[in-house]
Write a protein that binds this ligand. Structure first.
Ligand code: GLP
Length: 241
């Protein structure tokens, strides 16, 4: 695991955007694994800005998102479908038929998980997967205790995760209690992984990740089992001891 410390969020976002741009320039048909949350917002903003001034061509790129809330329709303002549409997909020339996100409104959720695994296995694996990290070490929506052997599955969200994500909803009651997420096994199937963490709130999780201890109670520690992971943090998320 490689660690890169950037001065601030802007530097972190620029670095991550350059990694994606290089990947797509090297292979225009790249498969990108994408995350939601506040952390990758700066990265997406940067991709869009550069795209507007005649940058990278995304017309042959495919994307596979990590997760979606159960019960939210694709047009719900807090759904990850909407997040991706508003912050990236509608702003660059990615073909919507090449973008994949689990369907949180699927009638048969177990079937939806299997369908998503088939997508990961046929379209994927991602050449480059972007990850954020939850304050409790979750990746995607793989909460503490998730099996490292897991593929796409339904998770019960921890109260702490619902609280952390409540800022995006009008109240905590509105935050769904379940989500569909790519499992840790599927995450580790990606060829390269870039984990981004910014701000003081992530300091503890990053500190724990960098101890190198592998433990199912701390999902991000599974990344130590992968040969090509880069952790990009800003000064605030990095604990210099
Ligand atoms: C959510 C997402 C994760 C994300 C995490 C951290 O739970 N499912 O993919 O990494 O939040 O979010 P943020 O970047 O907003 O701190």
């Amino acid at each position: 695991m490689k660690i890169i410390v950037k001065d601030n969020y802007k530097g972190l976002s620029r670095f991550a955007a350059e990694c994606i741009q290089k990947q797509v320039q090297y292979n225009p048909g790249s498969v990108l694994g994408l995350a939601t949350g506040s952390t990758p917002l700066g990265l997406y903003e940067r991709l869009v800005q550069d795209y507007k001034v005649g940058g990278t061509d995304y017309s042959k790129v495919s994307t596979i998102n990590l997760d979606e809330y159960v019960g939210l329709s694709k047009t719900h303002p807090q759904s990850y479908h909407m997040f991706m549409k508003e912050n990236l997909f509608s702003l660059v020339n990615i073909a919507s038929r090449n973008t994949y996100i689990p369907d949180g409104k699927a009638k048969h959720l177990e079937e939806e998980c299997k369908r998503y695994d088939r997508i990961i296995n046929t379209i994927g694996p991602p050449d480059l997967l972007i990850l954020g990290i939850g304050e409790n070490g979750h990746i995607g929506f793989n909460e503490p205790g998730s099996s490292f052997e897991g593929q796409t599955h339904i998770v019960e969200l921890k109260e702490s995760t619902r609280r952390a994500n409540a800022r995006l909803f009008s109240s905590i009651e509105e935050v769904p209690k379940q989500a569909i997420t790519m499992g840790i096994k599927s995450i580790l199937y990606s060829k390269k992984i870039l984990l981004l963490a910014s701000g003081e709130k992530k300091k503890e999780a990053i500190g724990q990740l960098l101890t190198g201890k592998i433990d199912e109670q701390f999902p991000a520690s599974a990344l130590h089992l992968h040969p090509n992971v880069t952790v990009v943090v800003d000064e605030l998320a990095y604990n210099r001891q």
